[in-house]
Design a protein. Structure first.
Length: 304
């Protein structure tokens, strides 16, 4: 049965502190070291000291990073009150069956989530699949899994189209706000909604390197590469009521949107499925109940 079906709407300022500025600057072509400007006090002396830590050849670039960061913060303040971000969790009973996870919905209805397994063992000698982190049905113990999505109001990324720079800035911030919303929401899930880590206390930097228990693989991540999964998650989470629509290829709109899974297993970790064979494609399609050719476009990058 459904354990939890929770939706949150956040003001911009609530999730802004969860923005990972390293990825924001990466989107603008800055090396990661320039993202540290977000940690520098805003006074002229502190910023001048920060600029001075760079080689002479990089100081003009550092000044550009300061201006970009200031423009981003100004835009976040302008978005406050007019726009919000949103997140939703479906927490359900689950048990694994091979490379699948069978979830139980209201009324006892069950549904199957199918995943791909690595074909080349990692450094630890295992070929991992996300189903490995859910207790198997043969154990007789019922586990749980979360399905989630986060998004921003569409107006966040659609505004100011007459100004290329500011329009791109809005789009970049929309992406970061969707990720920040997932980070903020996941923390709430771990502490209270699911509640398996009620005493967790981490700084933002510790959250960014995932010091917490469990993982949050998103659709499109190396461990969850099949974007067609968005159609199943979208139906179960009712994407339209969150303001999310899907293209024919499973891409999410607004672009500043994320979907995926929440897993609580303490040994859960990220991995890359990597290349799969035609044989695994056929098996995967059979488990999902579709033709292999239907799935092929969604996992083309993983086909050997």
């Amino acid at each position: 049965m459904v354990r939890k079906f929770e939706t949150r709407t956040y003001p911009i300022h609530r999730v802004a502190s969860y923005i990972n500025w390293l990825y924001f600057f990466h989107a603008w072509g800055f090396p990661a070291r320039f993202g540290s400007v977000a940690k520098v006090h805003g006074c002229k002396a502190c910023r001048a000291g920060w600029v001075a830590t760079f080689p002479e050849s990089e100081r003009a670039r550092a000044q550009e990073a300061i201006r970009l960061y200031d423009d981003a913060c100004e835009m976040l303040n302008a978005l406050e009150g007019e726009y919000h971000t949103h997140a939703r969790l479906l927490l359900v009973d689950a048990q694994s069956e091979g490379d699948d996870v069978v979830i139980t919905l209201d009324g006892g209805h069950t549904e199957r989530l199918s995943f791909l397994r690595q074909q080349i063992a990692g450094k630890d000698g295992y070929c991992l699949c996300l189903s490995d982190f859910i207790r198997p049905a043969t154990s007789g113990v019922v586990d749980a899994i979360g399905l989630f999505a986060s998004t921003v109001d569409s107006g966040v990324e659609e505004g100011e189209k007459d100004d290329d720079y500011r329009h791109l800035l809005r789009q970049t911030l929309a992406d970061r706000l969707a990720e920040a919303t997932a980070e903020c929401f996941h923390e709430e899930v771990r502490k209270t909604i699911w509640g398996y880590a009620p005493d967790e206390q981490f700084t933002a930097d510790e959250l960014f390197v995932e010091r917490y228990q469990g993982k949050r693989p998103a659709v499109g991540y190396p461990s969850l590469p099949d974007q067609s999964l968005n159609f199943q998650i979208g139906r179960l989470l009712d994407f339209p009521s969150l303001g999310i629509t899907l293209t024919e290829t499973g891409s999410m709109r607004p672009h500043g949107s994320i979907s995926g899974l929440m897993l609580a297993h303490p040994m859960c970790r990220h991995f890359s499925v990597g290349a799969i064979s035609e044989e695994q494609l056929m098996d995967y399609a059979k488990r999902k109940g579709v033709e292999a050719e239907t799935l092929r476009p969604y996992i083309m990058g993983n086909l050997d």
